[in-house]
Design a protein around this ligand. Structure first.
Ligand code: 3HC
Length: 295
Protein backbone atom coordinates (compact mmCIF):
# COMPACT_ATOMS: atom_id res chain seq x y z
CA UNK A 1 0.00 0.00 0.00
CA UNK A 2 1.49 3.33 -1.08
CA UNK A 3 1.00 6.28 1.25
CA UNK A 4 -0.44 8.37 -1.61
CA UNK A 5 -3.31 5.89 -2.04
CA UNK A 6 -4.41 5.83 1.59
CA UNK A 7 -7.96 7.17 1.95
CA UNK A 8 -9.68 5.03 4.55
CA UNK A 9 -8.43 4.18 8.02
CA UNK A 10 -9.99 1.73 10.46
CA UNK A 11 -9.45 2.08 14.19
CA UNK A 12 -9.99 -1.15 16.09
CA UNK A 13 -10.86 -0.27 19.69
CA UNK A 14 -12.70 2.90 20.69
CA UNK A 15 -11.00 3.38 24.07
CA UNK A 16 -8.95 6.44 24.94
CA UNK A 17 -6.25 5.69 22.37
CA UNK A 18 -8.61 4.36 19.67
CA UNK A 19 -10.95 7.32 19.65
CA UNK A 20 -8.04 9.74 20.07
CA UNK A 21 -6.23 8.34 17.03
CA UNK A 22 -9.51 8.30 15.08
CA UNK A 23 -9.86 12.01 15.87
CA UNK A 24 -6.33 12.74 14.65
CA UNK A 25 -6.93 10.81 11.41
CA UNK A 26 -10.27 12.53 10.79
CA UNK A 27 -8.74 15.97 11.41
CA UNK A 28 -6.14 15.10 8.77
CA UNK A 29 -8.97 14.50 6.26
CA UNK A 30 -9.15 10.69 6.19
CA UNK A 31 -12.36 8.65 6.16
CA UNK A 32 -12.31 6.86 9.50
CA UNK A 33 -14.15 3.82 10.78
CA UNK A 34 -14.14 3.48 14.55
CA UNK A 35 -14.91 -0.04 15.66
CA UNK A 36 -15.40 -1.73 19.02
CA UNK A 37 -17.08 -4.94 20.11
CA UNK A 38 -20.12 -3.35 21.80
CA UNK A 39 -22.38 -0.49 20.74
CA UNK A 40 -21.94 1.23 24.12
CA UNK A 41 -18.12 1.19 23.73
CA UNK A 42 -18.30 2.71 20.25
CA UNK A 43 -20.86 5.30 21.29
CA UNK A 44 -18.81 6.29 24.31
CA UNK A 45 -15.63 6.56 22.17
CA UNK A 46 -17.43 8.67 19.56
CA UNK A 47 -18.83 10.97 22.29
CA UNK A 48 -15.33 11.47 23.68
CA UNK A 49 -14.04 12.22 20.20
CA UNK A 50 -16.73 14.87 19.68
CA UNK A 51 -16.01 16.29 23.16
CA UNK A 52 -12.34 16.68 22.23
CA UNK A 53 -13.12 18.30 18.86
CA UNK A 54 -15.50 20.74 20.59
CA UNK A 55 -12.81 21.55 23.15
CA UNK A 56 -10.31 22.31 20.38
CA UNK A 57 -12.89 24.54 18.67
CA UNK A 58 -13.73 26.27 21.97
CA UNK A 59 -10.04 27.14 22.29
CA UNK A 60 -9.82 28.30 18.65
CA UNK A 61 -7.31 25.59 17.80
CA UNK A 62 -9.66 24.53 14.99
CA UNK A 63 -12.82 26.14 13.62
CA UNK A 64 -16.31 24.84 14.42
CA UNK A 65 -16.66 23.83 10.75
CA UNK A 66 -13.44 21.79 10.96
CA UNK A 67 -14.69 20.11 14.14
CA UNK A 68 -18.02 19.21 12.52
CA UNK A 69 -16.36 17.99 9.32
CA UNK A 70 -13.94 15.79 11.28
CA UNK A 71 -16.77 14.30 13.36
CA UNK A 72 -18.70 13.57 10.14
CA UNK A 73 -15.73 11.71 8.67
CA UNK A 74 -15.88 9.14 11.48
CA UNK A 75 -18.25 6.18 11.20
CA UNK A 76 -18.82 4.29 14.46
CA UNK A 77 -19.22 0.55 13.87
CA UNK A 78 -19.51 -2.76 15.67
CA UNK A 79 -19.51 -5.12 12.68
CA UNK A 80 -15.89 -6.09 12.03
CA UNK A 81 -16.48 -7.01 8.39
CA UNK A 82 -17.95 -3.59 7.65
CA UNK A 83 -15.14 -1.93 9.60
CA UNK A 84 -12.30 -3.43 7.56
CA UNK A 85 -13.98 -4.06 4.21
CA UNK A 86 -11.99 -2.21 1.52
CA UNK A 87 -9.99 -0.24 4.10
CA UNK A 88 -6.41 0.88 3.44
CA UNK A 89 -4.93 0.90 6.93
CA UNK A 90 -6.01 -0.82 10.13
CA UNK A 91 -4.71 0.75 13.33
CA UNK A 92 -5.36 -1.61 16.20
CA UNK A 93 -5.78 -0.17 19.71
CA UNK A 94 -7.50 -2.99 21.62
CA UNK A 95 -6.52 -3.91 25.23
CA UNK A 96 -2.85 -4.55 25.92
CA UNK A 97 -3.10 -8.35 26.07
CA UNK A 98 -1.33 -10.57 23.55
CA UNK A 99 -4.22 -13.10 23.35
CA UNK A 100 -6.83 -10.40 22.72
CA UNK A 101 -4.75 -8.77 20.01
CA UNK A 102 -4.00 -12.11 18.34
CA UNK A 103 -7.71 -13.01 18.27
CA UNK A 104 -8.53 -9.65 16.73
CA UNK A 105 -5.95 -10.07 13.96
CA UNK A 106 -7.14 -13.58 13.06
CA UNK A 107 -10.65 -12.21 12.62
CA UNK A 108 -9.66 -9.05 10.79
CA UNK A 109 -7.35 -10.60 8.20
CA UNK A 110 -10.27 -12.64 6.86
CA UNK A 111 -12.09 -9.49 5.76
CA UNK A 112 -9.33 -6.95 5.10
CA UNK A 113 -8.10 -6.62 1.50
CA UNK A 114 -4.62 -7.96 0.70
CA UNK A 115 -3.25 -4.44 0.26
CA UNK A 116 -4.22 -3.29 3.78
CA UNK A 117 -1.47 -2.31 6.19
CA UNK A 118 -1.85 -3.47 9.80
CA UNK A 119 -0.38 -1.09 12.38
CA UNK A 120 -0.58 -1.86 16.08
CA UNK A 121 -0.71 0.81 18.77
CA UNK A 122 0.59 -1.69 21.32
CA UNK A 123 2.42 -0.06 24.24
CA UNK A 124 4.96 -2.83 24.68
CA UNK A 125 4.17 -6.18 23.05
CA UNK A 126 6.41 -7.79 20.43
CA UNK A 127 5.62 -6.53 16.94
CA UNK A 128 7.23 -9.62 15.45
CA UNK A 129 5.08 -12.01 17.53
CA UNK A 130 1.91 -10.13 16.63
CA UNK A 131 2.83 -9.95 12.94
CA UNK A 132 3.34 -13.71 12.80
CA UNK A 133 -0.31 -14.44 13.59
CA UNK A 134 -1.34 -12.49 10.50
CA UNK A 135 -1.20 -13.40 6.83
CA UNK A 136 0.91 -10.27 6.08
CA UNK A 137 3.87 -9.90 8.46
CA UNK A 138 5.70 -7.71 5.93
CA UNK A 139 2.76 -5.27 5.95
CA UNK A 140 2.72 -5.10 9.74
CA UNK A 141 4.44 -2.63 12.09
CA UNK A 142 4.02 -0.71 15.34
CA UNK A 143 2.46 2.75 15.24
CA UNK A 144 2.55 3.88 18.84
CA UNK A 145 0.76 7.10 19.78
CA UNK A 146 0.77 8.83 23.16
CA UNK A 147 -2.10 9.86 25.36
CA UNK A 148 -3.87 12.17 24.58
CA UNK A 149 -3.16 11.54 20.86
CA UNK A 150 -4.56 14.86 19.70
CA UNK A 151 -2.09 16.74 21.93
CA UNK A 152 1.02 14.54 21.83
CA UNK A 153 3.47 15.05 18.98
CA UNK A 154 5.50 11.83 18.92
CA UNK A 155 4.64 8.57 17.16
CA UNK A 156 6.96 5.59 17.49
CA UNK A 157 7.05 3.57 14.25
CA UNK A 158 8.38 0.18 15.23
CA UNK A 159 10.02 -2.35 12.94
CA UNK A 160 9.17 -6.02 13.36
CA UNK A 161 11.54 -8.69 12.06
CA UNK A 162 9.40 -9.16 8.95
CA UNK A 163 8.30 -5.55 8.30
CA UNK A 164 9.00 -4.32 4.75
CA UNK A 165 10.72 -0.98 4.27
CA UNK A 166 7.79 0.13 2.11
CA UNK A 167 5.40 -0.44 5.05
CA UNK A 168 7.55 1.67 7.39
CA UNK A 169 7.78 4.42 4.76
CA UNK A 170 4.00 4.49 4.28
CA UNK A 171 3.29 4.54 8.03
CA UNK A 172 5.87 7.27 8.68
CA UNK A 173 4.36 9.39 5.92
CA UNK A 174 0.92 8.74 7.38
CA UNK A 175 2.10 9.91 10.83
CA UNK A 176 3.44 13.08 9.18
CA UNK A 177 0.13 13.59 7.36
CA UNK A 178 -1.49 13.39 10.82
CA UNK A 179 0.73 16.33 11.81
CA UNK A 180 2.89 14.13 14.05
CA UNK A 181 6.62 13.54 14.33
CA UNK A 182 7.40 9.87 13.69
CA UNK A 183 10.55 8.29 15.04
CA UNK A 184 11.62 4.95 13.70
CA UNK A 185 12.38 2.39 16.37
CA UNK A 186 14.73 -0.04 14.65
CA UNK A 187 14.57 -2.79 17.28
CA UNK A 188 11.42 -4.53 18.43
CA UNK A 189 12.36 -4.54 22.11
CA UNK A 190 9.84 -4.71 25.01
CA UNK A 191 8.24 -1.30 25.67
CA UNK A 192 10.14 0.16 22.68
CA UNK A 193 11.74 3.45 23.79
CA UNK A 194 9.24 5.65 25.64
CA UNK A 195 7.50 3.01 27.73
CA UNK A 196 10.74 1.23 28.57
CA UNK A 197 11.75 4.46 30.31
CA UNK A 198 8.43 5.89 31.46
CA UNK A 199 6.57 2.84 32.78
CA UNK A 200 9.35 1.80 35.22
CA UNK A 201 9.38 5.41 36.48
CA UNK A 202 5.64 5.23 37.15
CA UNK A 203 6.08 1.83 38.82
CA UNK A 204 8.92 3.07 41.02
CA UNK A 205 6.72 5.87 42.32
CA UNK A 206 4.09 3.24 43.20
CA UNK A 207 6.72 1.15 45.02
CA UNK A 208 7.63 4.22 47.09
CA UNK A 209 3.99 4.54 48.17
CA UNK A 210 3.70 0.78 48.79
CA UNK A 211 6.81 0.92 50.99
CA UNK A 212 5.60 4.09 52.77
CA UNK A 213 8.62 6.04 51.58
CA UNK A 214 6.64 8.94 50.08
CA UNK A 215 3.04 9.99 49.45
CA UNK A 216 1.27 10.55 46.15
CA UNK A 217 1.22 14.30 46.86
CA UNK A 218 4.94 14.44 47.67
CA UNK A 219 5.89 12.47 44.58
CA UNK A 220 3.65 14.46 42.26
CA UNK A 221 4.98 17.76 43.60
CA UNK A 222 8.51 16.54 43.01
CA UNK A 223 7.98 15.07 39.57
CA UNK A 224 5.97 18.05 38.33
CA UNK A 225 7.72 20.99 39.93
CA UNK A 226 11.28 19.74 40.41
CA UNK A 227 11.82 17.23 37.61
CA UNK A 228 9.93 19.31 35.08
CA UNK A 229 7.54 16.63 33.82
CA UNK A 230 4.38 18.23 32.36
CA UNK A 231 2.32 16.23 34.84
CA UNK A 232 2.99 14.60 38.20
CA UNK A 233 3.88 10.90 37.88
CA UNK A 234 0.54 9.78 39.36
CA UNK A 235 -1.39 12.36 37.36
CA UNK A 236 0.29 10.93 34.26
CA UNK A 237 -0.60 7.39 35.34
CA UNK A 238 -4.25 8.43 35.54
CA UNK A 239 -3.97 10.03 32.09
CA UNK A 240 -2.44 6.90 30.52
CA UNK A 241 -4.74 4.46 32.35
CA UNK A 242 -3.52 2.44 35.33
CA UNK A 243 -4.71 -0.80 33.74
CA UNK A 244 -2.51 -0.05 30.72
CA UNK A 245 0.55 0.63 32.91
CA UNK A 246 -0.14 -2.57 34.84
CA UNK A 247 -0.45 -4.71 31.70
CA UNK A 248 2.76 -3.24 30.28
CA UNK A 249 4.58 -4.05 33.52
CA UNK A 250 3.23 -7.62 33.56
CA UNK A 251 4.63 -8.09 30.07
CA UNK A 252 7.98 -6.45 30.91
CA UNK A 253 8.25 -8.68 34.00
CA UNK A 254 7.48 -11.77 31.93
CA UNK A 255 10.10 -11.05 29.27
CA UNK A 256 12.72 -9.00 31.15
CA UNK A 257 12.49 -10.16 34.75
CA UNK A 258 11.37 -9.20 38.22
CA UNK A 259 12.87 -5.69 38.17
CA UNK A 260 9.61 -4.83 36.43
CA UNK A 261 7.27 -6.43 38.99
CA UNK A 262 4.20 -4.17 39.38
CA UNK A 263 4.09 -2.46 42.78
CA UNK A 264 1.33 -3.56 45.20
CA UNK A 265 -0.09 -0.01 45.28
CA UNK A 266 -0.58 -0.11 41.50
CA UNK A 267 -2.13 -3.58 41.65
CA UNK A 268 -4.56 -2.51 44.41
CA UNK A 269 -5.56 0.53 42.36
CA UNK A 270 -6.23 -1.60 39.29
CA UNK A 271 -8.02 -4.32 41.28
CA UNK A 272 -10.34 -1.61 42.62
CA UNK A 273 -11.02 -0.60 38.97
CA UNK A 274 -9.55 2.85 39.59
CA UNK A 275 -8.18 3.06 36.07
CA UNK A 276 -7.70 6.83 36.01
CA UNK A 277 -9.42 9.69 34.26
CA UNK A 278 -11.34 7.39 31.93
CA UNK A 279 -13.11 5.62 34.83
CA UNK A 280 -13.60 8.78 36.91
CA UNK A 281 -11.14 7.72 39.60
CA UNK A 282 -7.55 6.57 39.74
CA UNK A 283 -4.88 7.90 42.05
CA UNK A 284 -7.08 11.02 42.05
CA UNK A 285 -10.86 11.24 42.24
CA UNK A 286 -12.04 13.14 39.14
CA UNK A 287 -15.62 13.37 40.31
CA UNK A 288 -14.61 15.02 43.59
CA UNK A 289 -11.92 17.60 43.14
CA UNK A 290 -9.56 15.92 40.65
CA UNK A 291 -5.83 16.52 40.64
CA UNK A 292 -4.49 18.60 43.51
CA UNK A 293 -0.71 18.80 43.52
CA UNK A 294 0.78 20.91 46.34
CA UNK A 295 3.37 23.46 45.21
N1 3HC B 1 -8.73 16.89 23.61
C1 3HC B 1 -8.99 18.20 23.77
N2 3HC B 1 -8.71 18.85 24.90
C2 3HC B 1 -8.13 18.15 25.89
C3 3HC B 1 -7.82 16.79 25.79
C4 3HC B 1 -8.16 16.14 24.59
N3 3HC B 1 -7.93 14.84 24.40
N4 3HC B 1 -7.27 16.36 26.95
C5 3HC B 1 -7.22 17.43 27.75
N5 3HC B 1 -7.75 18.50 27.13
C6 3HC B 1 -7.98 19.82 27.65
C7 3HC B 1 -8.37 19.80 29.11
O1 3HC B 1 -9.76 19.54 29.27
C8 3HC B 1 -8.01 21.20 29.55
O2 3HC B 1 -9.08 22.06 29.20
P1 3HC B 1 -9.49 23.34 30.12
O3 3HC B 1 -8.32 24.27 30.06
O4 3HC B 1 -10.70 23.91 29.45
O5 3HC B 1 -9.75 22.80 31.48
C9 3HC B 1 -6.83 21.49 28.68
O6 3HC B 1 -6.77 20.53 27.63
C10 3HC B 1 -5.50 21.44 29.37
O7 3HC B 1 -4.62 21.87 28.40
P2 3HC B 1 -3.50 22.86 28.73
O8 3HC B 1 -2.85 23.23 27.45
O9 3HC B 1 -4.00 23.91 29.66
O10 3HC B 1 -2.62 21.91 29.61
P3 3HC B 1 -1.22 21.50 29.34
O11 3HC B 1 -0.43 22.50 28.63
O12 3HC B 1 -0.77 21.02 30.65
O13 3HC B 1 -1.31 20.27 28.32
C11 3HC B 1 -1.07 17.93 28.16
C12 3HC B 1 -1.97 19.09 28.61
C13 3HC B 1 -0.69 18.07 26.69
C14 3HC B 1 -1.85 16.64 28.35
C15 3HC B 1 0.25 17.96 29.03
O14 3HC B 1 -0.11 17.96 30.39
C16 3HC B 1 1.17 16.81 28.77
O15 3HC B 1 1.94 16.81 27.83
N6 3HC B 1 1.12 15.77 29.64
C17 3HC B 1 1.96 14.60 29.48
C18 3HC B 1 1.23 13.58 28.70
C19 3HC B 1 2.14 12.42 28.32
O16 3HC B 1 3.31 12.36 28.61
N7 3HC B 1 1.54 11.43 27.64
C20 3HC B 1 2.24 10.26 27.24
C21 3HC B 1 2.05 9.19 28.25
S1 3HC B 1 2.78 7.65 27.77
C22 3HC B 1 1.67 6.94 26.72
O17 3HC B 1 0.61 7.47 26.45
C23 3HC B 1 2.07 5.66 26.10
C24 3HC B 1 1.13 4.54 26.44
O18 3HC B 1 1.48 3.44 25.62
C25 3HC B 1 1.22 4.10 27.88
Amino acid sequence: MEFENIETITLLGAGSMGHGIAEVAALAGYEVRLRDIKTEFVENGYEQLVWSLDKLAEKDQISEEEADAAADRVTPLVDVKEAVDDTDVVIEAVPEKMEIKKDVYSEVETYAPDRTIFATNTSSLSITDLSEVTDRPEQFCGMHFFNPPVRMQLVEVITGSHTAESTLDAVEQLAEAFGKTPIRVHKDSPGFIVNRILVPLMNETCWMVSDDEATVAEIDSTTKFDMGLPMGAFELGDQVGNDVTYHVLQYLQEVLGDAYEPAPFLKETVDAERYGKKSGEGFYDYENGGVDIPT
